[in-house]
Design a protein around this ligand. Structure first.
Ligand SMILES: [Zn+2]
Length: 300
């Protein structure tokens, strides 16, 4: 039996229904796993956002082990999660980060088919991805075995300089719900722990941006050494920002109020959340986690 096409990228996919809701679960080799509402499924996707951008956003969430539901209201946010590369070097760097994230060890090869992997760099089509892959080969960054790739020593040197650029930053981006009930958690818990660890916290009020990931948020995350994502209140924007940071290889520290654990999105429970009962409790544990896992910023 022929498989139905993914409503976003039109590749053969596995599509099932979710309970008795008007929602479908899609497993697509290009976009990854996602849910889509019946209304959007029946619509013309390109009416809401360019499909290749939606594929890229869904794939970044999939790589971050997060399943989101695509609806007429969330589709634009998801399409904005990933930006097309600024230039070929930008795309090549993303490919190197992807290979490292997929390979346990330096000697392992990672299978990549342009047909399935093009959304990783937010390419418009497989041939654009093939172009970047060939250029990465021209720069001698990759070793190839059939359709599998690993970094060469030159590639590892490039990877080290990309990582250093991230680690040299003294900024920490905070993704959280901007609710008055969490003001003390921000001030006495998150902000103070980040400052005690020697970093400068930044947060951008999502409400000012209609919960959409704007260019400023993207720029802030890109230039941060790490991200603290607090999931209390289950805000969609927090999931997006954490997924975006993970896609860039930027470490994410997950926190949540103990009272909110039962509400956590299923697929994020596997991450080692810091659960907090009070601002002081959060401050102590977050400081410990930053000190243990994030390299100290290098000040010039
Ligand atoms: Zn797809």
């Amino acid at each position: 039996m022929a498989q139905p096409p993914c409503p976003i990228c039109k590749t053969s996919a596995t599509i099932g229904s979710v309970g008795d809701q008007d929602v479908f679960h899609v497993v697509c080799p290009v976009c990854g796993r996602y849910n889509i509402t019946g209304t959007l499924f029946a619509s013309d996707i390109s009416h809401y956002a360019p499909p290749f951008k939606v594929s890229a956003g869904l794939r970044s969430l999939h790589e971050a082990n997060t399943v989101q539901t695509l609806s007429t209201s969330s589709i634009a946010n998801i399409a904005d999660l990933v930006r097309p590369p600024r230039d070929p070097i930008d795309a090549i760097d993303t490919i190197l980060l992807y290979i490292v994230s997929k390979s346990g060890r330096g000697d392992q090869f990672v299978h990549m088919e342009a047909n399935a992997e093009y959304p990783i760099v937010c390419a418009e089509n497989p041939s654009e991805f093939t172009f970047y892959l060939q250029k990465a080969g021209d720069l001698k960054y990759l070793e190839q075995q059939g359709s599998s790739y690993r970094l060469s020593l030159v590639g590892w040197e490039r990877y080290a300089s990309i990582s250093k650029r991230i680690q040299r930053s003294s900024k920490a981006f905070v993704a959280m719900w901007f609710d008055p009930s969490l003001e003390t958690i921000w001030r006495e818990g998150i902000k103070s722990a980040i400052e005690m660890a020697g970093f400068t916290p930044t947060r951008i009020d999502l409400q000012q941006h209609n919960e959409k990931i704007c260019d400023r948020i993207v720029a802030e995350i890109r230039s941060s050494a790490f991200v603290v994502a607090d999931f209390t209140g289950q805000r969609g924007g927090v999931y997006y920002e954490a997924g975006y940071a993970m896609g860039l290889g930027i470490p994410v520290i997950w926190t949540v109020s103990r009272l909110d654990i039962p509400n956590l999105h299923f697929d994020t429970r596997q991450y080692n959340h810091i659960t907090w009962d009070s601002p002081i409790d959060l401050q102590e544990n977050l400081l410990m986690r930053i000190n243990a896992t994030i390299p100290k910023p290098i000040h010039d």
